[in-house]
Design a protein around this ligand. Structure first.
Ligand SMILES: *[C@@H]1O[C@H](CO)[C@@H](O)[C@H](O)[C@H]1NC(C)=O
Ligand SMILES: *[C@@H]1O[C@H](CO)[C@@H](O)[C@H](O)[C@H]1NC(C)=O
Ligand SMILES: *[C@@H]1O[C@H](CO)[C@@H](O)[C@H](O)[C@H]1NC(C)=O
Ligand SMILES: *[C@@H]1O[C@H](CO)[C@@H](O)[C@H](O)[C@H]1NC(C)=O
Length: 226
C-alpha cells in the first residue's frame, strides 16, 4: 500500500548533494513518515550477532518480523549510500565508513529506524542472541543494547524473551545464567520489563540442524537415551 516512487524520491532527496558526514535525522524524517508501518503486538524480533540465522528464521517462519523485514529495514539492508556536493550529487565511488564520522548516511539511518522499530514494539518481544561469542551474548554497546532496549516502552512491552542460540559445533560461551544475560536482566527489570531466557529455542535450532543433520542435538528425540 505504499508508493514506491515517492519513497525512492524521498530517500534520494535525503542525502543527494549533501556532505556525507553531516546527515541529520531531519533529512530522513519525510521518508520515515511515509514508509513507516505498524508492527503487530508480540511479533517484533530483535537480534545481535545472529544476522544470518535470524533472517533465515524469519524467511522460513513468517510469524516474526526483524527490522530488516520491515519496509524501512528492507530497502536499506546490505546497502551503502552517500552524497557529494558536486554533480551528480551521489558519490558512486566511496562513502565514509561507520567509524570515520558519526553522522554518516548509514549510521543516522540505522539509528533512526532502530529507535522506531523499538518504539513500535508491544506485548512480548523476542531477541535472538549469540551464546557462542566470547565477549558476552549481550553487549551494551550494540545497537540492541544501546538503542533498542532503551526505546522499548514499558507501558506497552511486558516481556523480553531471549532466545540464546549456540553454534551447533561451536563453543557454548554463555548460558542463560551467564554474566551478560544478568546485566541485560537488571537493565530491563530497572525499566519494569520482565525477561525470560531460552537456550537453543527449538524452532530456530531446527534450521541450524538443516546444515548439520547428523549432530546429536539434531536427532528427532535429542534427549532420548539409546
Ligand atoms: C500477545 O501475547 C500476550 C501473552 O501471550 C497475549 O495475552 C496477547 O493477547 C497477545 N496479543 C496479541 C495482539 O496477539
Ligand atoms: C555467532 O557469532 C559467530 C561469530 O560472529 C558466527 O560465526 C556464528 O554464526 C554466530 N552464531 C549464531 C548462532 O548466529
Ligand atoms: C556498559 O557496561 C559497562 C560495565 O557495566 C559500563 O562501564 C559502560 O558504561 C556501559 N556502556 C554503555 C554504553 O552503557
Ligand atoms: C516500575 O514500577 C514501580 C511499581 O509499579 C514504580 O514505582 C516505578 O516508578 C516504575 N519504574 C519505572 C522506571 O517505570
Amino acid at each position: 500500500g505504499k508508493d514506491c516512487h515517492s519513497i525512492s524520491g524521498l530517500l534520494l532527496s535525503a542525502f543527494m548533494y549533501k556532505h556525507p558526514c553531516s546527515m541529520s535525522e531531519e533529512d530522513y524524517q519525510p521518508l520515515m513518515d511515509l514508509a513507516r508501518h505498524p508492527i503487530p503486538c508480540n511479533k517484533s524480533l530483535f537480534w545481535s550477532k545472529t544476522n544470518n540465522l535470524v533472517h533465515r528464521y524469519t524467511k522460513a517462519n513468517r510469524d516474526f518480523l526483524t527490522l530488516e523485514d520491515t519496509l524501512l529495514g528492507y530497502i536499506a539492508d546490505g546497502m551503502s549510500w552517500c552524497g557529494i556536493s558536486s554533480a551528480p550529487g551521489i558519490d558512486y565511488y566511496s562513502c565514509p565508513k561507520w567509524n570515520e564520522c558519526e553522522n554518516n548516511p548509514g549510521s543516522v539511518y540505522w539509528k533512526m529506524v532502530s529507535k522506531m522499530f523499538a518504539d513500535a514494539a508491544c506485548g512480548t518481544v523476542q531477541v535472538m542472541l549469540n551464546g557462542s561469542i566470547e565477549n558476552g551474548a549481550f553487549r551494551n554497546g550494540s545497537i540492541f543494547g544501546s538503542i533498542e532496549i532503551l526505546h522499548l516502552n514499558p507501558e506497552k512491552v511486558s516481556t523480553v524473551e531471549v532466545w540464546l542460540m549456540h553454534d551447533i559445533e561451536g563453543t557454548q560461551s554463555e548460558s542463560c545464567a551467564g554474566p551478560s544475560i544478568k546485566m541485560l536482566t537488571s537493565i530491563l527489570e530497572n525499566r519494569n520489563i520482565s525477561i525470560t531466557c531460552k537456550e537453543n529455542h527449538r524452532p530456530v535450532q531446527l534450521l541450524q540442524c538443516a546444515s548439520n543433520p547428523d549432530h546429536a542435538t539434531c536427532r528427532l528425540c535429542p534427549y532420548a537415551t539409546q
